[in-house]
Design a protein around this ligand. Structure first.
Ligand SMILES: NC(=O)c1ccc[n+]([C@@H]2O[C@H](COP(=O)([O-])OP(=O)(O)OC[C@H]3O[C@@H](n4cnc5c(N)ncnc54)[C@H](OP(=O)(O)O)[C@@H]3O)[C@@H](O)[C@H]2O)c1
Length: 321
């Protein structure tokens, strides 16, 4: 549809970008068309996007010379990096720089950079409340994204800096769901004390991003934070108890204990939760629920998310108490 403005979506085969492609495509009378960027156009997910009507273009954020055609002729671009594929903040920084340079060169009019806080602005490296990781980070998978904001600014890319939130989908795909304690009772172990964790259905990130593109210049050079709900661990456990029909307790471990859990990046995630806990007023305030709902009136609550997804949450075998 040549009369529609193209939004080039990095991460289109993934969770955030996929939600954006679906939001664009669901808006049949809208003035935008999705271009799905992928390293592998023959993958099942890329093929499915093509079959659903998206233009599929091969490009790799690690390879600047592939990015020209990704953004050529596009009105908008959604840029995201995937820390969890390589665990390297330096690589995220390079990918973000490559995308910022390529969107600038292509004259893209509105870029959404899916970012997070550079937590070192709140917890400098010399602050020993939490350990420094990888030599120069506090929360590696946050810090590089936040640091990359400046690259978009320095290059004069017309950017909306989109602060995302903890996906509730992590309970399904990221090992963040309830585990059984020694007493057999399911427990949600997060080091948040009684503080509130902004969470969101990942699909709502894409829907919100689409709304930001539609509202356009209003959000250029602005930081925008989104979340579906701000829930305490106890509230999440109570909602899980109702949805699953068996008791789920909230186990408020300390960040030190969480960091010692031993799975990959437990220290990074322990520091992340500690940051969210210790700067809770800032962190929740930066992700205003009413504002998110103005972007996306279909915004789901945790309860609504559970009603649809509860059966997908892997529960460890064992006897309910
Ligand atoms: N889990 C959470 O709660 C949470 C919350 C906030 C933010 N985040 C952040 O979200 C990011 C991941 O986003 P997601 O969940 O949407 O990812 P995802 O579902 O795992 O998918 C990753 C996407 O990135 C694309 N990709 C990866 N490397 C690429 C490259 N070099 N060039 C082009 N495309 C590339 C992949 O495309 P192809 O494979 O098709 O090329 C795929 O579409 C992470 O950095 C994470 O820190 C996560």
């Amino acid at each position: 549809m040549p009369d529609r403005k193209i939004i080039a979506v990095v991460g289109a085969t993934g969770a955030q970008g996929g939600g954006l492609v679906r939001a664009i495509q669901a808006d049949k009378s809208g003035s935008f068309a999705a271009r799905a960027i992928t390293r592998n156009p023959s993958s099942e997910k890329a093929q499915a996007l093509g079959a659903a009507g998206a233009e599929v273009v091969a490009a790799d954020a690690d390879k600047p010379d592939t990015l020209g055609k990704a953004f050529a002729g596009a009105y908008g671009a959604f840029c995201v990096t995937n820390f969890w594929e390589h665990f390297s903040p330096e690589r995220e920084l390079t990918q973000a720089r490559n995308m910022a340079q390529a969107t600038k060169a292509a004259g893209v009019q509105h870029v959404i950079w899916s970012t997070l806080e550079n937590t070192r602005k709140w917890v400098p490296l010399e602050d020993d409340r939490m350990p420094t990781l990888m030599g120069k980070y506090k929360v590696p998978h946050f810090d590089a994204k936040g640091e990359a904001d400046q690259t978009f600014r320095d290059l004069g890319v017309p950017t909306t800096f989109l602060l995302t939130a903890f996906y509730w989908d992590n309970l399904i795909y990221f090992g963040a769901g309830p585990q059984r304690g020694p007493d057999g009772v399911l427990a949600l172990s997060y080091p948040m004390d009684d503080k509130r964790l902004p969470g969101i259905w990942v699909e709502d990130i894409g829907k919100s991003a689409y709304s930001i593109f539609k509202r356009g210049p209003e959000f250029i050079n602005k930081t925008v934070g989104i979340a579906g709900e701000h829930l305490t661990g106890a509230e999440m456990a109570a909602a899980l108890t109702r949805a699953l029909g068996q008791e789920v307790r909230y186990n408020a471990v300390t960040p030190e204990v969480y960091r010692s859990f031993g799975f990959p990046a437990a220290d990074d995630l322990g520091n992340m939760f500690q940051f969210k806990r210790d700067f809770n007023q800032y962190f929740t305030g930066a992700r205003d629920l009413g504002f998110t709902r103005t972007l996306n009136p279909e915004l789901q609550t945790f309860e609504q998310w559970l009603a649809v997804h509860k059966e997908q949450i892997p529960l460890p075998v064992g006897q309910p108490a």
